[in-house]
Design a protein. Sequence first.
Length: 450
Amino acid sequence: MTRAKRPSGAGDGRSDEDGPATTEHGAARAAGAGPAERAGQPPVASRRRVLAWGGAGLALGAGAAGAVTAAVAGEGQAPTEEPAGGSVPFHGPHQAGIATAVPDRLHFAAFDVTTKDRAALVALLKEWTAAAALLTRGRPVGEGAFGPSPQAPPDDTGEASGLRPARLTLTFGVGPGLFVEDRFGLQGRRPDALADLPKFPGDNLDPARSGGDLCVQACSDDPQVAVHAIRNLARIGFGKVSVRWSQLGFGKTSSTTPQAQTPRNLFGFKDGTRNISGTDTAALDRHVWVPAGEGPDWMTAGSYLVARRIRMHIETWDRTSLQEQEDIFGRDKGAGAPVGKAHEHDAPFLKAMLPTAHVRLAHPDSNGGARMLRRGYSFTDGTDGLGRLDAGLFFLAYQRDPRDAFVPVQRRLARQDALNEYIQHVGSALFAVPPGVRDQDDWWGRELLS
């Protein structure tokens, strides 16, 4: 491959465009703060006491959920970087963890709903919401990990005791399986935009790492805080849901704060140069949030999440020349400048790139203006048994309608992207992400299940 000549003196900058990660953008590139009894902290109802009041299962009513979440103040979410140990508001018109500034660590979990009782599912989502509101404030669930009775399991698992929330966000979604006929009576409420993703050329999807009835995305600057949050939600859901699959991630591969330094993926390229900014309300309204009247009412102000586990063939890539790597991406590896340009944020001249260049194929100008808000993370999960790293990109992208964004962009990439020699999509899931929890009386999925 030959590379178009660039001017000398490329400025410092970042890298790639808006397409499905590693596929589309740059390349297949944890909260309890201590016992509830601590000074100055109002008492919180214990989960055991709530169960005793309710007399059965996980029957946490809206009033009780409101009592638990009353300590959570503020609405909306911060679009810019927060202090590393600080908290992100849980309540607001949109869920945090989408346009919010992206922390450095991820624990993502997809759940299968095992209960057949709609009332039990509703009760669980109310309790999950109450716990999530506490966890994102750095507070323990219920009465914490150290009481009140040594003869009973504690309300909180305790491994995040004493840690700050570290910008923890918890984002909830529902998968297509929840709408199957004769399950919960929701078959007529499935959005058209939640249509099953097609099979793309080159996909090698593992069913054990794909799908799910529910999902929770936990992002934080402290991996223990993120893991603690998912662990507690899974514990609360025991008997109602089970973890289908989960993914740990590090080193965000996209940013919603363009003023910050652009992160790099595991191929060493800057990733997310043209990602949608968390402060760009016009772009968010056009490409991310579902407007009123488009689909069912319960999705208004929500979004759709595509999750793809993308294996990166690290060893093969590491034996590829720098010139070929840059030709494959269409960008300078050091500065992130597009072919023929000097700086990362210079507008790319797509025709100067090879027809198979990743940036050229993923760019909005090549896809009818299609854009997504990406929040991907790198991962390494040991080896594959053959001495090769099981590593890659966990691609997360939020969009107004996957049929107009992820699907057409990924079709183009799957057919033509030179990067396909070095990556493979091995896991996939699609979720509808409802609007935010408005106040202490609201809960995840209320407008869908009420």
